[in-house]
Write a protein that binds this ligand. Structure first.
Ligand SMILES: Cc1cc2nc3c(=O)[nH]c(=O)nc-3n(C[C@H](O)[C@H](O)[C@H](O)COP(=O)(O)OP(=O)(O)OC[C@H]3O[C@@H](n4cnc5c(N)ncnc54)[C@H](O)[C@@H]3O)c2cc1C
Length: 428
């Protein structure tokens, strides 16, 4: 529905007129110039997404010798008042016959936008992780310091009037949840980065293609599931701070406010889920998701050979089984009623997120158990580090993977009860 117009000039440039909202860092004085990438429609373009072109529009026009020239016709009309990320001005930008230069060819703007967005989605996934990580470090510090109540199993520090809240299982639940997510998500982010590298640089054509398939599949999951969990962890860490978490002076509210945007921008998470279920699953006959299933199964099979971590691998393998069954259900039920796909998309994205993190924990556990056995743990990050990883892997398997079954049941419930009530029932 883009209304911004791009009218060709005699010199090959374009005159851009229109308004853009929600432009991150759209105006600032931290650099001499700002180069905007702008989507607009040329005069005879088709009235659909097929008629969108992309333009470079500098804030300050650049002379032939590279020096800065006249101010271009793009101005900031307003700055949004937001609940978080206040270090980044979100601008309304007005384009009044601004000079722009087309890139990527006429009517190919959307493809250009996706090049940027795919990278940005991965960046936002990591942003969700980083908010959670910072909140987690503050959560641990407070849990070890704040005294309230006694350990259920008897005082841990009898000489003190109360124990640190760290002794309470419910505090430990939140800390272990955060640990299992942040460490697992860090591994998943690095694994995804590796797929980016392989998809571009592997000398082997088959490996490039497989990496590209897996990257496309996991991008909406890393963004959608990763930021949902990142926000949940940030709010749980605020919870550890009790009333002091709610008081602004202590800063725990900022993690929650800042993390909230990650679920919205670069495509709201509901749209990420639709990208996963509507586009990525069926793409190339399901090649990507089949490669994902096989990869997880292979890692679980390898881990099961190590007796001490076999129960971890079995749980992740079972979650992968739930994901396979949910995928099969979608194949059988989404064609007849597309709302079934829409209703299933969100829980499906979370189900795949659990399996993807589970896969990371299975790999981590396999590595750690071997490093502890062959002595390389001592030479590296130490026994305690590796042993803690194994405990966290077990926690993940015991506390995250059971949700896979529940998510599958939600998917298989279909769309009916979700879609039955019409607008009049909500208006009442
Ligand atoms: C602080 C901030 C900074 C931003 N920075 C930039 C920027 O620099 N550049 C830029 O171009 N944009 C930027 N944006 C825009 C941002 O990417 C969008 O706001 C975001 O993608 C959501 O789009 P929307 O606001 O149009 O919501 P809508 O598309 O109206 O979505 C509203 C709700 O409907 C759901 N929904 C919509 N369509 C579907 C569907 N087909 N199926 C299922 N559910 C659906 C969504 O999931 C969401 O929950 C920014 C936004 C904010 C708030």
């Amino acid at each position: 529905m883009i209304r911004t117009r791009a009218v060709p000039n005699a010199d090959g440039s374009f005159s851009i007129t229109g308004t853009k909202i929600f432009i991150s860092a759209g105006e600032h004085d931290m650099s001499d110039n700002i180069i905007h990438l702008v989507l607009a429609k040329t005069p005879d373009a088709p009235d659909s997404t097929k008629g969108i072109s992309m333009f470079i529009v500098p804030k300050v026009l650049v002379n032939d010798d590279g020096s800065l020239g006249a101010r271009n016709g793009v101005t900031c009309g307003a700055i949004e008042h937001k609940m978080g990320i206040n270090g980044n001005a979100t601008c309304v930008l007005n384009y009044d016959g601004a000079t722009g230069y087309m890139i990527g060819g006429e009517n190919h703007g959307l493809q250009g936008m996706f090049v940027m967005m795919n990278a940005a989605r991965l960046g936002v996934g990591v942003q969700g992780l980083s908010q959670a990580e910072a909140a987690y470090q503050n959560g641990i510090a407070y849990a070890l310091e704040r005294r309230q109540g006694r350990a259920l199993s008897g005082p841990s520090e009898p000489e003190q009037k109360a124990d640190p809240i760290f002794v309470h299982p419910d505090i430990r639940r939140m800390l272990m949840d955060a640990r299992a997510y942040t460490e697992g998500m860090r591994a998943l982010s690095l694994w995804t980065g590796l797929q980016v590298d392989l998809s571009r640089n592997s000398p082997d054509e088959a490996e490039r293609q497989r990496a590209d398939d897996l990257l496309g599949l996991i991008t909406p999951v890393l963004k959608g599931y990763g930021t949902d969990k990142g926000y949940e962890v940030a709010t749980n860490m605020q919870q550890i701070w009790g009333g002091h978490g709610y008081v602004r002076d202590n800063g725990m509210d900022q993690f929650v406010r800042d993390a909230r945007i990650t679920m919205i921008y670069e495509g709201a998470n509901g749209v990420q889920a639709m990208d996963l279920v509507g586009r990525k699953l069926a793409s190339k006959g399901g090649r990507a998701v089949q490669a994902f299933f096989a990869m997880v199964d292979a890692n679980c099979a390898a881990a099961k050979a190590e007796a001490s971590i076999a129960p971890i691998a079995e749980r992740v393998e079972k979650a992968n089984g739930e994901l396979k069954a949910a995928t099969m259900w979608l194949m059988q039920n989404a064609m007849a009623n597309p709302d079934n796909a829409g209703a299933a998309a969100y829980p499906y994205m979370h189900l795949m997120g659990i399996v993807a993190l589970g896969d990371m924990w299975v790999r981590t556990a396999t590595h750690c158990v071997r490093a502890l056995a062959d002595g390389s743990a001592e030479a590296g990050l130490g026994r305690a580090f590796h042993e803690a990883k194994l405990v966290t892997a077990r926690y993940f398997a015991e506390r995250y993977t059971p949700d896979a079954g529940a998510l599958r049941r939600k998917i298989e419930a279909g769309a009916e009860s979700m879609m039955l009530l019409g607008a009049e029932a909500f208006a009442a």
